[in-house]
Structures are given as C-alpha cells and as structure tokens.
Write a protein that binds this ligand. Structure first.
Ligand SMILES: *Cc1c(COP(=O)(O)O)cnc(C)c1O
Length: 414
C-alpha cells in the first residue's frame, strides 16, 4: 500500500525557518552568546512601545542589535553593578576604550564649552581634546595633576562643563586628590569623569569619590587576555540620559562575541588583579635597588610622591608602572644615539616582556615612553622613561628577564 506523499516544503523556506524559535528549559551558568542585528516583535504596537522605551535608555529594551541583546545587556548590568556598586548607575558599551572617552566627552560638551583635563591624561584623549573637540569649538585647559581644589577653582570658567581626571596618570603615575576635585566639580555643576583603567574597581571606587562618570577600557584588565577591544562608560543615573543620547546618535555598539568574552574575563578580574599587584610590587622594589634606575614611578612604593594619597584612596595597585633610567650616561653630543642603543638592548629579545602597547592582559610588556609632547601644563624632565606591565608569569622570572636586559644595556653602552 503506497502512502500519499506529503506536500513538500520548498527547500528555500526550510532554510529560512528550520531550527529557529526554540525555547528550551535549560539554564546555563553563563548568559547566552547572542549575535544579532534584527530584533523581532510580535506586533506593530510592541515595536512602537519598545522604540519609545529605547529612546530614553530603558533597561533591557531593544529594538535593534545596536541597542542591545541578551549578551550585551548582561555585560552592561554586570558593569553597572560592579563599578557602580552602592550607587545608582548604568553602563554603556563602546567598541574601544578610546571610543568610550570620546563618546562621553561628546555627550556632555557643546560649542562654546570649556573642559578641564589633567595633563597626565591618556595620550589619545589629549589628541581628541586638541583635535576634534577644538574643531567643534570646545576649549580645554590642561592642569598639573597635583593641583588642589583651590588651584582648580581658579581655572573654572562660567562655561566649564567637564572635569576629566585620570589617577594615577598615564606613563608618569601622578596621583590626584580625586575626592576633593570631584566635590568641587559637583558644587559648581560641572560633570566629573575619570579614567579608571589602572586600578579597576578591585582597587578604586570612583563613585565613592563623588565622580559622575567612570570610563573603563575593557580592553585592559576586564578582558584580561589581550584578545579584544572594548570600552564602557558607567554613569550615575542623574547623567545617564545625556550619555545614552550620545551613544545612540553616534551608533556606538559592540558585537555579542566580544561582549561574551568580557563577561568571561570579568569573573577572574579580582584574582588576576591581586596577582598583577604582587608581581608589580616585587619587580618595582627590585628596580629601586638597581644602579641604572633613577626613579620607579609606582604609587605603591613608600618613596612615591603620591603614596599617601594612594594609601588613603586605593586598596591596591595594578601591574602597570614606569621607571626612569639614570640620565647621566645619555648626556652630551652622543647622548641620543647612546639612549637609542641602550633602550633597544634593554627591551629587545626579552623572554617574558614583549614590546607592545596596551596592557592589562596575562602577558608582560615593556615599552619606552616618549612623553615630551604629551605634557603642556608642566614640562617633563628626566632620564629615559620605560613603562612595564607585569603580567601573570612568576615575579622571579620577570626579574631575571629584566636583569638580563640590564646586562645587555651595559654591554651596549660599552
Ligand atoms: C588603553 C587605554 C585606553 C584606551 O583603551 P583602548 O581600548 O585601547 O582604546 C584608555 N585609557 C587608558 C588609561 C588606557 O591605558
């Protein structure tokens, strides 16, 4: 007996429909990895209502992949809960740390406005202030990172709208009296922002210091594995609306895969940071004993000018710091060439320290820092500066690696 053949579904319709729309009663430890541009609605009314909610940045409302998915919302919630712990905060995601900085600044500045920015700021943030922001008619005054509230008050103008801090500062690691400066900004109606890349919330809590907006380069310790780029802006609820407007109008968003990797990385930020701290301090103390080294710029060392502020405001240190070589071998006519040879010998061919930018991953990095063009409030003076990131390799091996570098440097200097 032959069966009546069932009407066949055209193969192209099968391709379009098969395997979609499953809802399984499975609970996993981690949020799902969602890749999405299109978000689907059950009705036109639902689409319109969701659009009204996304326009004001309502939590978990999404009309489109750029607004958010299960994966990116999970990361946004996690960042707001961790960085903003104890405060009412929201978080937005950007494709890089620098995009987080530029988006936050564009959200709160307009033509005719003025910004106060620390002179020790991350280099590309300075370039953005002096470049695009200046072109848009926003003026920036760079101030000495060691400024006190009284000094800062003297720089405030009627049109000052943003105070931008970074503590410790990039490359030179000066500490700022953030609580005092943030309190002044708040009393004058100025939005305060800080780049919290160095300490992360493991060792610094910017919202406890009275800051309005914390900028997190997730590329660094949060992802922790040198394999992706992302940034976040965490904002107090009071200023979230303006930030969200900038995020949406600029089309800032991240892909699900990278967001998922940051969610994976952030589970271990605490244990990694404590390991970075231990090896960083061990290497920094060893460097202090080296005759080639004039100064070690690590706020966790008792001799550092910002050590007292660090002890007051921070609960630890990351693995990033710098040291300055004794300038004497580089004086005179042949100095520049001797400096080039010495730095190459010190940095090149290390077993554990790679030559590279960025930091915050498992790997250790070494990089000379030329900062003359990055300081305008007060000129940088001193010997050659070298920045180190102490990764997760054993500290004694990191020290042995640098010891070989100093031997190579001595040979190169003859
Ligand atoms: C690396 C860095 C950034 C920028 O992060 P990217 O994701 O690399 O754009 C911002 N601030 C500081 C202090 C950094 O070191």
């Amino acid at each position: 007996m032959s069966q009546t053949p069932q009407p066949r579904t055209p193969i192209d319709t099968l391709f379009a429909e098969a395997g979609r729309g499953m809802e399984l009663p499975i609970r996993t430890a981690n949020p799902p990895l969602v890749r999405a541009s299109t978000v689907l609605f059950d009705s036109l009314e639902q689409a319109a209502a969701t659009g009204r909610r996304t326009a004001v940045g309502a939590r978990h409302a999404s009309t489109y992949g750029t607004v958010g998915t299960q994966t990116t919302f999970a990361l946004m919630d996690a960042l707001a809960a961790i960085e903003g712990e104890g405060h009412a905060c929201r978080a937005a995601l950007m494709p890089s740390g620098l995009a987080a900085i530029s988006t936050a600044l564009l959200g709160f500045l307009q033509p005719g406005d003025h910004m106060l920015m620390t002179d020790s700021v991350y280099g590309p943030a300075r370039v953005f202030a002096q470049g695009m922001l200046a072109k848009l008619g926003v003026q920036t005054t760079f101030f000495d990172p060691g400024i006190d509230a009284e000094g800062l008050a003297g720089l405030i103008r009627p049109e000052t709208k943003v105070l931008y801090l970074e503590s410790p500062g990039s490359y030179t690691f000066e500490l700022q009296d953030v609580p005092a400066l943030a309190a002044l900004a708040r009393s004058r109606g100025i939005v305060s922002m800080i780049d919290n890349a160095w300490a992360s919330p493991v060792f610094a809590r910017p919202f406890d210091w009275g800051i309005d907006i914390s900028i997190l380069p997730l590329t660094k310790y949060w992802s922790g594995h040198a394999d992706l780029l992302m940034g976040a802006v965490v904002a107090r609820e009071e200023v979230w609306g303006r930030l969200w407007e900038a995020v949406r109008q600029l089309g800032m968003c991240v892909g699900g895969d990278d967001a998922w990797l940051v969610l994976r990385g952030l589970r271990t930020v605490g244990v990694r940071m404590r390991a970075h701290q231990a090896s960083g301090l061990a290497v920094a103390s060893w460097l202090e004993s080296r005759p080639e080294v004039a100064r070690v710029l690590h706020p966790g060392l008792p001799g550092h000018p910002g050590h007292d502020l660090w002890q007051r405001d921070f609960t630890g240190a990351s693995g990033l710091f710098a040291f300055e070589l004794d300038a004497a071998p580089f004086a005179g006519a042949a100095g520049a060439e001797r400096r080039r040879r010495a730095l190459a010998a010190l940095c090149e061919g290390r077993r554990l320290f790679g030559i590279g930018y960025s930091w915050g991953g498992f790997e250790s990095l070494i990089m000379p820092a030329a900062i003359d063009h990055l300081r305008t409030a007060w000129p940088w003076q001193g010997g050659p500066l070298v920045r180190l990131h102490c990764g997760l390799a054993d500290a004694s091996d990191l020290i042995a690696d640098l010891d070989e570098g100093f031997a190579a440097m001595a040979k190169a200097l003859g």
